[in-house]
Design a binder for this molecule. Sequence first.
Ligand SMILES: [Zn+2]
Length: 250
Amino acid sequence: MTICDAHLHLTRKDLPKLSAWHAAGLAGATSATARHTEWAEALELTQLTPSWVHYAMGIHPWYLEEAPETALEELDTFLASHPALAVGEIGLDFADGRDDRERQLHWFEAQLALASKHHRPAVLHLRRAWDCAPVILAKYPEVTTVLHSFNGSREIARQLLEALPNCYFSFGFALANPAATRQAGAAQVIPTERLLTDSDYPFQHLPDASASVPTDLAAVIARLAELRHDSPTLLAGQIAENWQRVFDEL
Ligand SMILES: [Zn+2]
């Protein structure tokens, strides 16, 4: 089965694993940064990995406080000098009592604006932010967005589909859990050409595992196919085409 992983976090220590994953079906992957301190290594990795690995650079909502003021200018410069670089992982996260709303909104919108300026896709982390994220995203309808490990309901998915012409919904390992009924409901209404999958490696895993790798997304594709009464192989091919449309055309 062809597998594309729209969001994971590679480091230097993962380099020896890439060829085995590729041989096991991983045809495309987009590696993102979460912290400013990871940017130098990510830029190095762009030179060390095969062409089926793409990179996104950004600051995750959990790590804004440690980022220097100059980070946005740096990101602007890196995007200008690296034409294949996407933006991410950026987003909004108001779960677990996080209340730095002003700061999160500022960085989210500033990084989205850079994605717009440089015509790059943006990989998004959105949690407990459905009251404000759609409003902000609707200000940047031209930006292709990837909602990684999408955990919204069917209603949220419909709302986003209507407002955002260039939005992709990426399902993670959580969908393989039969108890994930909210995600399952959303997975049934999203058009095939807007579907992606992501492992968030090494941070997420299949419900029955303690650790998972990108090729374990085969189980997520199988679950998506089951929910959508589709063939896993055909769906995997369509998801790979979607990944290529977003990242390979950079
Ligand atoms: Zn992530």
